[in-house]
Design a binder for this molecule. Structure first.
Ligand code: AMO
Length: 469
């Protein structure tokens, strides 16, 4: 439940339920108006116990027919679960439960003794997804009814954690001198290769949905913004159907001038270290809610273990050797697939960087690492990934800042430099060496919360078979 200590009253309530239930002792005798979802409505005849829940807490409202308008009493008593209800009444301490001698006395609890109230919106029955009861429904049904799924405590906690992760990440980058930008999502040229673009009609011309802020974050840095970050949507028309791919995802990107791959790996590990440190000191309550649910499903709890920095760096060439030693089939120049990652993660169980990929496997904007060649003589690059377990969290690298080499890279990758003049022109008038990365927010959340599927931590996921809700 959210901390609402500083929330102001609104037209619908004088207090949040959290404010009343947490400050009950100082509020006994005060009149409050609260509003929330009806978790349970119990009692018959002239007495009714209503358990009300808002986003900040739960509290019992006690209704007596004699104390209020009869029609309002009847409609609240007849209300279905999850209907929204507003009540006004006086805060009172609940009668303490009887405890056996020697047993600890539980802390006092509070309730609202209602004098007026009304049903704001009746919930239809039956609920397609149970909110407080443990009814097993599949992920698809939950996503079809995400509006209700979100009312479940652990789902709500996951999205609060998501917001915290973004907040702590932002805070950290701002502290390191990065400023937030927004790049266009309607674009004319592909940053990450032309095959997985969503085309769209833009008046009389063809355009696409952006796969990555890549080219624009670089232009912002070339323009002198020095250190930038963006948290925004990226669209990929990939036909993947996996637990970790979506067709729209939130990419957390940075780009910094006068930095190389090693420098931005440093930014990344410090940012993740900061996020984990903050969550472990501020948000254990949310993790407990997630773990309570995990326990009910027979799953192991997840712990927020702050990773030590620096994270291990396993250059691509060494990673290939580790995979081979572990019995995996792989050759220099091959992509490192999930089953290969398992073998690397067996040796490096936490976050680990895989730097210096072969240039041929990296996009045109990545910088060569001239002085190094792989075992087969292939050109290495200043591109890296950050992995955890079997999943890639981040790609990044030092960027090519020399326009002639950049244009050659484009040609080498079968792209036409003339299609990229909006980008390459940015390098013609003096370009600082620069570097950056793009982090998949949902993938990082999977690590933190133990979610087995990115869809768990994406509000309204977009995949091959889902464009609604
Ligand atoms: P890349 O294409 O590797 O790099 O994407 C960066 C990170 O974004 C996440 N990601 C995805 N998450 C969910 N669904 C997808 N379909 C998906 N595709 C990618 C991953 C990945 O590591 N421009 C570069 C970044 C850079 O160099 O700065 C880029 O976009 O976590």
């Amino acid at each position: 439940m959210r901390d609402s200590t500083s929330w102001e009253p609104t037209s619908y309530r004088t207090h949040t339920i959290g404010q009343v239930s947490q400050n009950g002792s100082s509020m006994v005798g005060s009149e409050v108006t609260i509003a929330g979802y009806a978790e349970t409505v119990r009692g018959r005849g002239a007495i009714c116990f209503l358990m009300l829940r808002d986003g900040t807490g739960r509290i019992q409202a006690f209704l007596k027919k004699d104390n209020m308008d009869e029609g309002s009493f009847d409609s609240i008593q007849a209300a279905s679960r999850e209907s929204t209800i507003q009540v006004t009444g006086v805060v009172a301490q609940k009668r303490p439960p009887k405890v056996a001698e020697g047993e600890p006395v539980p802390p006092p609890e509070y309730e609202v003794s209602v004098s007026s109230g009304s049903v704001l919106a009746e919930a239809a029955t039956p609920l397609p997804v149970g909110v407080t009861d443990d009814v097993q429904v599949g992920l698809d049904v939950r996503l079809d009814n995400r509006h209700l799924d979100l009312r479940r405590a652990h789902v709500n906690a996951m999205f609060q954690l998501r917001s915290k992760v973004l907040q702590y990440g932002r805070d950290h980058l701002i502290k390191e001198g990065f400023q937030e930008i927004n790049s266009p999502k309607i674009i004319a040229a592909a940053a990450e290769g032309g095959t997985n673009l969503f085309p769209m009609k833009y008046f009389e011309t063809d355009a696409y949905l952006s796969q990555s802020p890549q080219l624009y974050k670089q232009l912002a840095v070339l323009g002198g913004l020095e250190r930038v970050f963006e948290i925004g949507p990226a669209f990929r028309a990939e036909k993947h159907d996996t637990y970790r791919h979506l067709n729209e995802f939130i990419s957390f990107d940075i780009e910094g001038a006068w930095m190389d791959d090693e420098d931005v790996m440093g930014v990344q590990e410090r940012m993740i270290h900061h996020i984990w440190t903050e969550v472990s000191s501020n948000d254990q309550g949310l993790m407990d809610i997630v773990n309570e649910f995990r326990a009910s499903q027979g799953l192991d709890p997840v712990f927020v273990e702050v990773p030590s920095v620096p994270f291990p760096r396993i250059p691509y060439c060494d990673a290939i050797e580790i995979v081979k030693e572990g019995g995996g089939e792989i050759e220099w120049g091959d992509d490192i697939e999930s089953h290969h990652c398992d073998l690397i993660a067996a040796k490096y169980p936490g976050f680990h960087f895989l730097p210096r990929w072969p240039m041929a496997m990296k996009p045109f904007y990545i910088h060569h690492k001239e002085e190094e060649k792989g075992s087969t003589g292939g050109q290495l690059s200043r591109g890296f990934d950050l992995n955890y377990g079997r999943d890639e969290m981040t790609s990044g690298g030092a960027r090519e800042h020399r326009v002639d080499v950049l244009e050659q890279n484009l040609r080498n990758m079968g792209l036409e430099p003339d299609d990229f003049t909006f980008y390459t022109d940015g390098f013609r008038y003096g370009a600082p060496p620069h570097a950056g990365w793009g982090l998949g927010v949902a993938r990082l959340l999977m690590v933190l919360t133990g979610a087995g599927n990115v869809r768990e931590v994406v509000l309204f996921p977009r995949d091959r078979s889902r464009v609604t809700p």
